[in-house]
Write a protein that binds this ligand. Structure first.
Ligand code: BDR
Ligand code: CA
Length: 312
């Protein structure tokens, strides 16, 4: 199995991503969740991470609290999508397992430094603040991390928080710039791909029909999550961003993309957090990412439903 630390700001789609990883125990050893502020403030994202693990029957996975704000910018949140709690649409009991002792950044550094080189993959589902601080504090982790699989950015799709930027990169552009320049191989799941697999009612019904508690619970969450896009854009269903990172690790063959250089805009207020993707190799900047642009959307949902069937 892949040993993975999931860095996350749950968040509805984060919750689905965590559940997909938990539902795949033969494929992943989840070393811990490291939590960051993003969709909602840190106190809520920490609670949400614990609630999701308890729902999925894995309260033993440690949850570490991390950065409560971006490196330089004021925190921007996304209650307009995820609701006031970050997990609206699902009614979960208060978590019972305590937050793990220690800071998320220390956990990342200690885990990567103490395990064999090249064995700890990072899966990043929120602003990249925790990972950037870890890289700044202990630069030797860069050469030991085989890959960061992250949800963030956009190229031709345009932004979802400003015309130029996707939320995770926009919230902490300086952190993203550090991570994208660290020399660690990146796999980037941007809006260009996440907008190609809508949570249609028929797909949500497949979760609701599962004979366990998690299927119907996640169906409720997806019902809430799609409202924002349906009301604002008149779509049928909404995007399901973060689980694509986990799905890429499980089934890379259902995705396609290109190895490119991606640079992060940090200077201009107009285009703050823009991912500048050298798709046509018009610069000689080195490749730093596999930028995913397409997927087999039915295969993605088949994978999710098949794996969620194994949850409690
Ligand atoms: C990203 O922003 C958050 O709201 C989602 O959880 C996802 O990680 C999409 O732009
Ligand atoms: Ca997220």
């Amino acid at each position: 199995p892949i040993s993975v630390i999931i860095d996350t700001d749950p968040g509805q789609d984060d919750a689905v991503a965590i559940a997909l990883a938990v539902a795949s125990p033969d494929d992943f050893e989840i070393l811990g969740l490291t939590i960051v502020a993003g969709n909602v403030p840190l106190a809520l994202t920490v609670d949400n991470g614990r609630k999701v693990l308890e729902l999925c029957g894995r309260p033993d996975i440690p949850v570490y609290a991390g950065a409560d704000r971006p490196l330089l910018e004021a925190l921007v949140t996304a209650e307009h999508v995820h609701g006031e709690t970050g997990l609206n649409g699902i009614d979960l009991p208060e978590p019972t397992v305590p937050v793990a002792a220690g800071h998320a950044v220390d956990f990342i550094i200690e885990t990567v430094m103490s395990r064999p080189e090249g064995t700890v993959t990072l899966c990043a589902l929120g602003p990249l603040t925790n990972i950037a601080i870890a890289l700044a504090r202990e630069p030797r982790i860069a050469a030991r991390i085989p890959r960061i699989v992250l949800m963030g950015g956009a190229m031709s799709e345009g932004g979802n928080i400003t015309p130029a930027a996707e939320f995770n990169i926009y919230v902490d552009p300086q952190a993203a710039a550090l991570v994208f320049a660290a020399g660690i191989p990146l796999v980037v799941l941007p809006l260009d791909v996440t907008h190609k697999a809508a949570t249609t009612p028929a797909r949500i019904e497949r979760f609701r029909a599962l004979p366990n508690r998690c299927g119907p619970a996640f169906a409720g969450l997806l019902d809430f999550a799609k409202r924002f896009d349906e009301e604002k854009y008149g779509t049928t269903g909404g995007p399901l961003h973060d689980p694509m990172t986990v799905a890429w690790m499980l089934r890379p063959e259902i995705f396609s993309g290109r190895e490119v250089n991606i640079a992060i805009e940090t200077a201009s207020p107009l285009t703050r957090g823009m991912t500048v993707v050298d798709w046509w190799k018009v610069t000689d900047r080195p490749v730093n990412a596999l930028f995913i642009r397409d997927l087999d959307d039915d295969a993605f949902y088949d994978l999710l439903v098949e794996r969620f069937a194994a949850l409690p």
